[in-house]
Design a protein around this ligand. Structure first.
Ligand code: F0G
Length: 420
């Protein structure tokens, strides 16, 4: 069997797989390294077989890839299940983006409505394996919602650090409903992450932010499942929104591993899309990745309102390894993209729409050709942020074609007049 190893990104020091640490003593982040016994077609076949072998576990779109995620935990996984999200196509979005056949990998179809469930099933499973007494995360909302649900399933106490007044209603509702101890921090996400890391060190609580190596292993399965859905024919481009860069890092790792293990024969290019007001990664890219300059982040896409991405070095590697690009789009572009995605009957939260806004921009700039095979990742569900939907359809000037609600008196004359 493939026995995964935990290795420091920075100094190469090896740690026991059961360590509760996310960082090496040198400060570097720990990563999981695999050496699967199967490769190429045999590995693909094992994923396909797992799909129907043991429905209780491998019904999950994460755990059927368990042999290259966390093989030591497959029998004891805390699984909802999760994953198995669709690849969608809508003509209306082709027309809007200028692309022919753009596919949407809709991670909002996960149990708590975001891609975070893929990492969280693995991180909470690992927390149980190592006997953690509690779990914690900092979050712009989705990670806290997901942690709260998986911790509740596992019977583990959960603490979430969220920036007060900066998380969307749906996400806050989930953290409270699933029973997480919810700390509304008078600061931004970056302050929350510092506090969560400190709680990990000083209170012995297991940290499950995306700097947790097992979170990334779970999030890799967005890419593995997408490639499987495409018959292991890699697309030309994968476009995703980028904040703390955990997902960008996971995508890069998944793709380089898939190539190394003979699952695909060429690498797609990654396009990581940030919001203009929270774009330290895009700025660093424009400067040839000289250094990360943190910013005071501001954007309507609260999920990616992050000024000092924790997985910056890994994000850089993912972009370099895939000959990728990083760009930023304005809140206006994000809302227009969201209006188009919503209006096509698909729907997503604002941060997710950044990927489609980015795909459109790259098409218009000529970097992506109209016939390129593009997969844009929608990271979260429309109902995560009902407040933005209300505002964009009420406030004048936020989007080109708002769908204003119409107040009518409770009589049919008023209805007839309203529908005339
Ligand atoms: N899209 C959504 C909907 C998110 O919630 C996030 C991150 C991202 C994109 C960006 O992913 O941080 O790995 O680059 N949300 C985190 C959270 C920060 O706390 O829920 P990233």
């Amino acid at each position: 069997m493939n026995t995964p190893r935990l290795v420091c990104d920075a100094c190469g020091l090896e740690w026991p797989e059961s360590t509760p640490k996310t960082r090496c003593t040198c400060g570097g982040l720990l990563a999981v390294r695999h050496d699967p016994t199967l490769r190429g077609d045999a590995l693909k076949a094992s994923f396909a077989d797992a799909c129907c072998a043991m429905p209780s576990r491998t019904a999950s779109g994460v755990w059927r890839f368990g042999s290259v995620v966390q093989p030591l935990a497959m029998a004891e996984a805390v699984s909802h299940p999760e994953g198995n999200t669709p690849l969608l196509h809508r003509d209306a979005l082709d027309r809007w983006s200028g692309l022919h056949g753009m596919l949407l990998k809709h991670e909002g179809h996960n149990p708590t409505g975001s891609f975070k469930d893929r990492g969280m099933t693995v991180a909470v499973t690992q927390a149980m394996r190592i006997g953690a007494r509690a779990v914690a995360c900092a979050s712009t909302g989705n990670t806290s919602a997901s942690l709260a649900a998986y911790a509740a399933q596992a019977g583990l106490p959960a603490v979430v650090f969220v920036p007060a007044g900066q998380i969307a209603l749906g996400k806050m509702a989930q953290a409270l409903a699933y029973g997480a101890r919810t700390l509304l921090v008078d600061g931004d996400f970056d302050a929350c992450l510092r506090l969560a890391e400190q709680a990990g060190e000083e209170l012995g609580i297991y940290l499950v932010n995306s700097i947790n190596p097992f979170r990334l292993e779970g999030q890799k399965t967005i890419v593995l499942e997408m490639l499987q859905q495409l018959g292991w024919q890699a697309p030309d481009w994968i476009v995703l929104p980028a904040g703390n860069l955990g997902n960008t890092a996971a995508f890069g790792k998944a793709l380089t591993e898939a190539k190394e293990w003979g699952l695909i024969d060429r690498l797609p290019r990654l396009a990581a899309v940030q919001a203009e007001g929270a774009a330290p990664f895009a700025s660093a890219y424009a400067r040839g990745f000289d250094t990360l300059v943190p910013v005071a982040a501001a954007t309507i896409a609260t999920a990616i309102r992050i000024g000092a991405p924790a997985s910056y070095d890994r994000g850089v590697r993912a972009i370099r390894d895939t000959n990728g690009v990083v760009l930023s789009v304005s809140d206006k572009e994000i809302l227009e993209a969201k209006a188009s995605i919503d209006g096509a009957g698909v729907g997503c939260e604002p941060a997710s729409a950044a990927s489609v806004a980015g795909a459109r921009r790259l098409r218009h700039e000529g970097l992506i050709s109209p016939d390129a095979r593009v997969v844009a990742v929608l990271t979260g569900h429309l109902l995560k942020d009902p407040g933005v939907v209300e505002r964009m359809h009420a406030d004048p000037g936020l989007i080109a074609k708002p769908n204003r609600p119409v107040s009518v008196a409770a009589g049919f004359d008023a209805v007839r007049a309203a529908l005339a």
